[in-house]
Design a protein around this ligand. Structure first.
Ligand code: NDP
Length: 611
């Protein structure tokens, strides 16, 4: 019987499976049959390692000083270059030894995982051991399907070699792996199709019927809300509001102004100012480029609006024809949706969204093509933040001016100032953090169809500005005390919203960011990891919570006379409940067991009893 090299309780270095890096571990025991050592990492993770994968601390230190730098992965053209610029790059002393290369090569050098050693930076200390180096991990998550299949092969290889999970999770994990393997046997084209098609039972929004109802219901609801806002007493008992004559609903001039607005924003977007960044990888492995100039577009728009006011252009016209503007924008969004659907029929499978189904009505609603582009002009990305979002604050400003005119005021009311400044902050925040849009569900998952076209171009500017529209004809005097409470509420909501979003974005951008060193994470088999402490360890989707608090603070300045100004909070709560459910479902699919682990670690959610 071979003697044991390492005693129980001994502190040694254990090689992280699939990598060449060693982490400090404690030997717990050795299995007398398999001779595998059970070791424990600093965060409590237990693995079983072969004796050859364990080194005494002293031998590790000796090797550090004398290791060679002949990593084949480092010698690869541009990838090498990009790594050499990486602050997360391991120092020379931790480079792989020749024998380690041989081991990796045996596994066809599948992963090139390069883990951050425990002592290398504070960033990795509090993390689960085996946290991959930033660049390497980004490479993994950003590779194409072919690479993903290697990753899964590697996962299954590891699963047979090491016990990576607590034993009770082992069976579940094996099921997951065998499911992944089944996907791998299919040819790439079939796999791609399987990954992108949504099964009928998985259709969201109630499938084709639900989508059809929403497409009819939302515009009707919008017009009802706008008509109600014009009523002197917009109480529910006064429903339905009187309908205007049909001839009053359409004005070609208004439609022309809408077109002008859209193309002006498109022109601003096309200006060669602002950084160009890459989006997240598509399923083909390709990464699209996006120009970040939303904030510049806002400044240019402010100049245009300021100049119009200086020249005495009567912006009150927009207030007077608000319903016609909403109808014109709706017509435009429907026309755009038809164009998007028709052009998507010619799109290749790689260009389609994972949400499309084959049901014409559903696909028209949810959108078939993921990133429809005319040349470099990305239609979805453009519509998400520009015409609608900037349009919203311009409408708010117009309502502020209209309030002064209608109520014969020399200055706007405190309520109007609060609503305007709160929502301006929200829009400026979105434009300032424009890059964060690239990791949202809208960009990554949803196609571009009626849902986003109507949402971005009609719902946002005309429903989100409802409080300001309401205040024009329903004045409400807010006391300074109440205003202070509302401001505190808004700032608290904003803090939660901004900190949570920034923390996740910073982590996705650079998992080794020193500012995130204190955070704990869970590894997932996709190569991306999940935050389990900080804002994302406090509650799942903390950003939604902050957003919801802010939504309430936008309505409170309108007082408590009618429900109308609270429509946004009600709608937004429903939207976020649904959105959270969608995201939970998608994350479960994406991360499998790791997501379940995350849910165990962070059991709190913002809508705990809803679904
Ligand atoms: P999120 O920004 O919350 O993105 C969800 C994604 O975050 C998940 O799919 C997952 O993607 C990642 N994620 C989830 N949990 C974790 C974790 N623990 N650690 C790391 N990553 C995690 O959602 P949305 O795109 O829906 O929203 C973005 C913002 O926009 C929110 O603040 C929301 O409130 C706001 N919003 C506002 C709307 C409005 O009308 N005012 C409408 C919709 C959204 P992955 O792992 O792939 O990165």
């Amino acid at each position: 019987m071979p003697s044991r090299k390492f005693a129980d309780g001994e502190i040694v270095r254990g090689r992280w499976p699939g990598s060449s890096l060693y982490y400090e571990v404690e030997v717990l025991s050795q299995d007398s049959k398999s001779h595998l050592y059970t070791v424990k990492y600093k965060d409590g993770t237990e693995l079983e390692l072969k004796e050859s994968d364990i080194k005494p601390l002293t031998s590790f230190r000796q090797r550090k000083s004398g290791s060679s730098s002949s990593s084949p992965s480092r010698r690869r053209g541009s990838r090498s270059r990009s790594r050499s610029r990486s602050p997360g790059r391991p120092p020379k002393s931790t480079r792989r030894s020749a024998s380690q290369h041989a081991e990796i090569k045996d596994k066809k050098d599948i992963l090139e995982i390069n883990l951050t050693p425990l002592k290398q930076s504070a960033n990795s200390i509090s993390r689960y051991n085996g946290e991959p180096d930033r660049i390497e991990r980004n490479d993994i998550s950003h590779r194409n399907i072919q690479d993903k299949s290697y990753l899964s092969q590697e996962s299954s290889y590891l699963a047979t070699q090491y016990s990576l999970r607590p034993r009770k999770e082992e069976i579940k994990f094996e099921e997951l792996i065998s499911k992944e393997e089944r996907n791998l046997v299919a040819p790439k084209s079939i796999r791609t199709f399987e990954m992108t098609a949504t099964e009928p039972e998985d259709l969201e929004f109630g499938g084709g019927f639900g989508a059809f109802s929403i497409m009819i219901g939302l515009p009707v609801m919008l017009f009802m809300l706008l008509l109600m806002c014009r009523q002197e007493d917009p109480s529910l008992v006064n429903l339905p509001p009187p309908l205007p004559p049909l001839t009053d609903l359409w004005e070609t001039r208004v439609f022309g102004i809408c077109l002008l607005w859209f193309f002006l924003q498109a022109l601003f977007h096309l200006l060669p100012i602002g950084r160009v960044v890459e989006g997240t990888p598509l399923c083909s492995g390709r990464r699209l480029k996006y120009r970040l100039n939303g904030f510049y577009a806002f400044i240019l728009t402010s100049v245009v609006i300021g100049t119009s006011l200086y020249w005495g252009i009567e912006l009150y016209y927009v207030y007077e024809h608000f319903l016609q503007f909403a109808i014109a924008a709706t017509v435009f969004s429907v026309a755009l949706s038809i164009y998007l659907y028709v052009r998507s029929l010619k799109a290749s499978k790689d260009e389609l969204s994972p949400g499309k189904s084959g049901n014409v009505i559903y696909d028209f609603f949810i959108g078939r093509e993921l990133n429809p582009r005319i040349g470099h002009f990305d239609l979805k990305y453009f519509c998400e933040l520009r015409p609608g979002l900037i349009g919203w604050v311009v409408i708010n400003l117009i309502m502020l001016l209209a309030e002064m005119k209608v109520q014969h005021r020399e200055t706007p009311s405190l309520a109007m100032i609060l609503v305007n400044s709160f929502q301006l902050l929200y829009v400026l925040d979105a434009l300032w953090n424009e890059e964060a849009l690239l990791t949202t569900m809208d960009i990554i998952h949803d196609g571009f169809g009626f849902m986003l076209a109507f949402g971005d171009l009609v719902w946002v500017p005309f429903v989100y500005s409802l409080q300001a529209f309401y205040l024009v004809s329903h004045p409400y005097e807010v006391s300074w005390l109440f205003a202070s409470i509302i401001i505190v509420l808004k700032l608290s909501g904003y803090t939660v919203f901004r900190c949570a979003n920034s923390q996740k974005n910073a982590f996705r951008k650079n998992p080794n960011d020193p500012n995130l060193a204190h955070l704990k994470i869970i590894h997932t088999s996709s190569g991306k990891n999940l935050l389990v402490s900080g804002w994302w360890g406090f509650v799942r989707h903390p950003n939604y919570l902050g957003d919801l608090i802010m939504a309430l603070s936008w309505s409170l300045p309108c007082g408590f006379n009618h429900i109308l100004p609270y429509i946004y909070v009600i709608y937004f709560t429903i939207l976020l409940i649904h959105r959270e459910a969608r995201d939970e479902h998608q994350c479960k699919k994406k991360y499998g067991l790791a997501w379940e682990k995350y849910c165990q670690r962070v059991p709190y959610r913002i809508f705990p009893y809803i679904y």
